[in-house]
Design a protein around this ligand. Structure first.
Ligand code: RIB
Length: 310
């Protein structure tokens, strides 16, 4: 491990989450009344960084906001969560990213993101120095792909483990997969990256396919069915580990995937194996589903905080 003190560097997005609760989702062309609008901190990367900090690892967020009230709100809330936001720039010519979120009575959501300043990342402005102390670099696809690739290159050069969450899904160049130490995908994303209609249940074949794309280690999340860890660096039965689902009363699934990613990064930064980290992440993301919102639900797992390493 490279980074002293197990630092996790999260490069990517910050959004103001504008959330309304409804009994059911509207049909196309239909108007429904919902609950009062709630504005809360979100964005996949900001959520991941908040998770890392809540769990007790040093978390550094690199991203961009606009010069507006939402931007100041997001920076304030991330700082309160314990995230180092000194790598977040303010882009005066863009609005802060926002996400229009509708949550139904079952806790499922639909999300439309307006990227705003998140779209302003340019590979030339991704500074290698920002990644120098990283033990783990966390990436998602809510910012331009070329900037994600630059961040992966800097993470790899620093000796960090590069964790890539292919969400929201986009086809990625093989070079980015080759820079990925741990790929985090759901079942649909796994099928897409493997170029199949369905990923199926034959995890050994799926792992072989990923290895062919340059990815040796992956976690495939399976929703209510838990997740599976695929690890070509292990031998025999240890190459595939099934992580059982954790049953909770679901209130709101917003930000649960990001909590999973952040928890995985936190444990990997502490030296855990991928299977150990995934078992812990399953617990964290299940607890995140028991309260409303993304970062606002993360108090539900704050009791799992571990002492910060020196
Ligand atoms: O993964 C949940 C997140 O997706 C929300 O916080 C929203 O901002 C969107 O980025």
């Amino acid at each position: 491990m490279s980074g002293a003190a197990g630092q996790v560097v999260v490069f990517g997005s910050l959004n103001a989450d504008l959330t309304v609760h409804v009994d059911r989702f509207p049909e196309p062309g239909e108007t429904l009344s919902g609950s009062e609008l709630v504005t809360a901190p979100g964005g996949k990367s900001s959520n991941q960084a908040a998770t890392v900090a809540v769990l007790g690892s040093p978390a550094r967020l690199i991203g961009a906001v606009g010069d507006d009230a939402n931007g100041r709100f997001l920076l304030g809330r991330a700082t309160d969560a314990g995230v180092d936001v000194s790598g977040v720039t303010t882009e005066a010519e863009h609005a802060t990213g926002s996400a229009m979120i509708v949550v139904d009575a079952a806790g499922e959501n639909t999300i439309i993101v307006s990227p705003g300043a998140n779209g302003a990342h340019d590979p030339d402005t991704v500074d290698a120095e920002e990644f120098a102390d990283a033990a783990v670099v966390c990436l998602c696809l809510e910012v331009p792909l070329r900037a994600v690739q630059a961040a992966a290159e800097h993470g790899r050069a620093a000796g960090a483990q590069v964790l890539v969450n292919l969400s929201p899904y986009a086809d990625v160049p093989k070079q980015l997969l080759g820079l990925t130490d741990v790929l985090l995908v759901n079942r649909t994303e796994a099928a897409l990256v493997l170029g199949r209609d369905d990923v199926g249940e034959d995890w050994s074949t799926a792992l072989d396919g990923l290895v062919g794309l340059g990815v040796d280690r992956a976690v495939v999340t399976l929703g209510a069915d838990g997740s599976v860890v695929l690890d070509a660096t292990q031998t025999g039965d240890d190459r595939i580990a099934v992580v059982d689902p954790i049953s909770v009363e679901v209130v709101d699934t917003t930000g649960c995937g990001d909590a999973f990613t952040g928890a995985l990064a936190h444990r990997l930064a502490g030296g855990a194996s991928l299977a150990e980290a995934a078992r812990f992440a399953a617990q964290v993301s299940a607890l995140a589903a028991t309260a409303q919102g993304a970062q606002t639900s993360y108090t539900a797992f704050a009791h799992l905080k571990e002492p910060t390493r020196d």
